[in-house]
Design a binder for this molecule. Structure first.
Ligand code: NAD
Length: 490
């Protein structure tokens, strides 16, 4: 026990807690710091620099200053830096996973998985860095030639959320580095340590000063708005809530900035009467319980054909009830705490609301007493359409099940939301699979599987779930500008 605590302290104290600007670590200009907590105990893990708006502008200045020289670095060198960082992430997987579990709460097994997932973005984009190309054509009338070039979009502002503290960083930093962009990254105030550790790794991997700058703050709005409105940053990539995304889009409009917005979801999970129920329950466990339900792709509404709904809810309830709950650092734990007291209070109030409106509780249903922000895996049945959780992200381990009779009804229910990020479909009928997939208003579909995230695939949503895609072949395009040269021919 004492040994484990000593290891936790060692891992946390190895992380630099200052601002990373122009290749150097330094405190905030005011000397202010803010506390980072372990959500499983409420204990303070570390104090990190609390940047002021002036600190933010210095980070932007450093990124702007480095842009021209960074854009001139050969693609192979940019690629090699990412590849070295990939190797270092894997080498340090254990320490990084422990750090992430301590500040975010997810079980160690999932944190280890996230380190690999995060590293894979660096590997993918190290491969993409050397494949940036353009085009050449003869003008249709034969008069002249058309040359199309790709260039880095310029200095970027990258804002990341707390739920995947490392992977949401590498998913943005990887393509920005590969494309030749400089950047200012602002991690979420709940989980800055993983990203600070990542900055150290990128420096070690040889990233030149000023290419990556990291500013941490407890109060993002006053620091970020002047940076966005300044005009030197040419791109904003944001992952977070739709409410904040909307505000940022307004701010970006001023300077007509490029934007990528990965926002909220309200993922439907459809189980048809011909589905393999074993596969559907397994998929539900992944789509619901990955990251303790704190994922934008988490299944938020289960629609199950009435002929199999009871069986599905019973089996899902049994699996969910058997999951060990506890501190993510403990062996065998699958369900860690939620990120903070507000998150837990929100989950509890959504469940209370659904029950008040007539939902039945199969398992769970009330917050757990004691230290930390724990909420148990919960399955609800007959959740009515007017329950608030049908329309809002639950962001917790709660599976609300409702039934449908026809394919038409299932598609209408799935599309009845302003969001459109991920959708899950379970059926063994290939014709139905394509029919349904084509009519779903969504950016991603898990067909007979509960996970859609993959560095090699375009991640993103439609409607209020966002703009643009991250990962896959299109991921780097978000960080590239197109320039065309009209060439006169004799
Ligand atoms: P949030 O929007 O409150 O915060 C996200 C980030 O934005 C944090 O770094 C935060 O400090 C920063 N931020 C907050 N207000 C800001 C402001 N006024 N100006 C500039 N920056 C500001 O979201 P959250 O509650 O921390 O994260 C959960 C949300 O993120 C969920 O809605 C979830 O669906 C979404 N999410 C989406 C994806 C995706 O890829 N689509 C992935 C993960 C999370």
């Amino acid at each position: 026990m004492l040994e484990e605590l000593a290891r936790e302290e060692k891992v946390v104290s190895s992380v630099p807690t200052g601002l990373f600007i122009d290749g150097a670590w330094r405190p905030a200009e005011t000397g202010a710091t803010f506390a980072v907590e372990d959500p499983s105990t409420g204990r303070v893990l570390a104090h990190v620099a609390d940047a002021s708006p002036a600190d933010g502008m210095q980070a932007l200045e450093a990124a702007a200053k480095a842009q021209t020289s960074w854009a001139a670095v050969p693609p192979r060198e940019r690629s090699d830096i990412l590849r070295r960082a990939y190797d270092l992430l894997l080498e340090r997987q254990e320490d990084l996973a422990l750090l992430m579990t301590l500040e975010m709460g997810k079980p160690l097994s999932e944190a280890r998985g996230e380190v690999v997932y995060a590293a894979e973005f660096f590997r993918w984009f190290s491969e993409e860095a050397v494949r940036i190309d353009g085009g050449f054509a003869t003008a249709p009338n034969g008069q002249g030639r058309l040359l199309v070039m790709k260039e880095p979009v310029g200095p970027c502002i990258l804002i990341t959320p707390w739920n995947f503290p490392l992977a949401m960083g590498t998913r943005k930093i990887g393509p920005a580095v590969a494309a030749g962009c400089t950047m200012v990254v602002k991690p979420a105030e709940q989980t800055p340590l993983s990203l600070l550790a990542l900055a150290g790794i990128l420096q070690e991997a040889g990233l030149p000063d000023g290419v990556l700058n990291v500013v941490t703050t407890a109060d993002p709005a006053p620091m970020m708005e002047p940076m966005i409105r300044d005009g030197r940053a040419r791109k904003l990539s944001f992952t977070g809530s739709t409410a904040v995304g909307r505000k940022l889009l307004e701010q970006c409009a001023d300077q007509v900035m490029r934007t990528s917005m990965e926002l909220g979801g309200n993922a439907p999970f459809l189980v048809f009467e011909d589905a393999d129920l074993d596969v559907a329950v397994e998929g539900a466990m992944q789509a619901k319980m990955r990251n303790i339900g704190e994922a934008c792709t988490a299944a938020n509404r289960f629609y199950v054909h009435s002929s199999v709904a009871d069986e599905f809810a019973r089996r899902l309830g049994e699996r969910m009830a058997a999951l060990p709950i506890g501190r993510g650092v403990e062996d065998g734990v699958v369900v860690g705490p939620l990120i903070d007291g507000d998150a837990r209070a929100k989950v509890a109030s959504l469940v209370d609301d659904a029950v008040r409106r007539g939902a039945g509780v199969v398992v769970g249903g009330a917050p757990l007493d004691g230290e930390g922000y724990f909420y148990p895996p919960t399955v609800l049945t007959n959740v009515p359409e007017d329950a608030v959780m049908r329309h809002e992200e639950i962001f917790g381990p709660v599976a609300p099940v409702a039934t449908f009779e026809t394919e038409e009804e299932a598609i209408a229910a799935a599309n009845d939301t302003e969001f459109g990020l991920a959708t899950y479909v379970f059926t063994r009928d290939l014709d139905r699979a394509f029919r349904v997939c084509e009519r779903l208003e969504t950016g991603m579909i898990g067909l007979n599987q509960g996970i859609v995230s993959n560095p090699a695939a375009p991640f993103g949503g439609v409607k209020h779930s966002g703009l643009g895609r991250e990962g896959g072949r299109v991921g780097i395009e978000e960080f590239l500008e197109t320039k065309y040269i009209a060439i006169a021919t004799p």
